[in-house]
Design a protein around this ligand. Structure first.
Ligand code: DX5
Ligand code: ZN
Length: 218
């Protein structure tokens, strides 16, 4: 299966974002942007103004991961700004169907994210409303955490659910994805791989992306 690699700029130098994104623009597929509001997660990163600025400098589409308390209010604006994909969290959204439809109506791919301890089964009927299911493989909030193997059976079940409905939904894993863990994720059925520390913590981020892709497609 063709893998898509989405490096997370959470591990990049926030003062030089355009240059950091340019480093991986020839080898990656997407740029993963972690939006955190210090309410849904205990960390604060960036918001719409930075995404709007980055859109002007990125050759790759932006994969915006909203770890915020009120995605229903904010998600459509990211899509309208030009993000290629906007992911909201199931634990935070109060009207996920309306919000996912608003993301799609604004021309972006709609993503639904779930935390490590959130079961996937309650969302099976929403698969037709989304373009990507994001399964967190660490507790959200910080880069550089240890991959949670305990989540892998859920990734496998999610892939079976998607295949069973014959839907073109991408399955993304995010958190602790590295050269050591990516093969397990791919084997479980993931096809979009977020990697922060494994890419921007490497001496050569472009090479790190190539290496991850080779492992995911092996
Ligand atoms: C964590 C973020 C991730 C993070 C992944 O809450 O959603 O995207 O950047 O970082 P690594 O790959 O270092 O675990
Ligand atoms: Zn993320």
């Amino acid at each position: 299966m063709a893998a898509k690699i989405s490096p997370s700029i959470l591990s990049a130098d926030f003062a030089r974002l355009a240059e950091e994104v340019a480093l991986i623009s020839d080898t990656a597929d997407w740029v993963h942007v972690d939006v955190m509001d210090n309410h849904f997660v205990p960390n604060l990163t960036l918001g719409l103004p930075v995404v709007e600025a980055l859109l002007k400098h990125s050759a790759l589409p932006l994969d915006c991961h909203l770890m915020i308390e009120d995605p229903d209010r904010w998600a459509p604006a990211y899509a309208e700004a030009g993000a290629g994909s906007v992911t909201i969290h199931a634990e935070a959204a109060k009207a996920p169907i309306r919000t996912l439809r608003a993301i799609r109506a604004a021309g972006a791919r709609a993503g639904l994210g779930i935390n490590p301890a959130t079961p996937v089964e309650p969302y099976e009927d929403l698969l037709g409303e989304i373009d990507m299911l994001l399964i967190m493989t660490v507790e959200p909030g910080f880069g550089g955490q240890k991959f949670l193997d305990v989540v892998l059976p859920k990734v496998r079940r999610a892939r079976q659910m998607i295949a069973g409905r014959d839907l073109p939904v991408w399955l993304q894993v995010d958190g602790g994805v590295s050269a050591e863990t990516i093969e397990r994720c791919a084997e479980a059925g993931a096809d979009v791989f977020v990697a922060g520390n494994a890419v921007y913590g490497a001496d050569d981020p472009a090479e790190a992306v190539r290496n991850l892709r080779a492992k995911a497609e092996a």
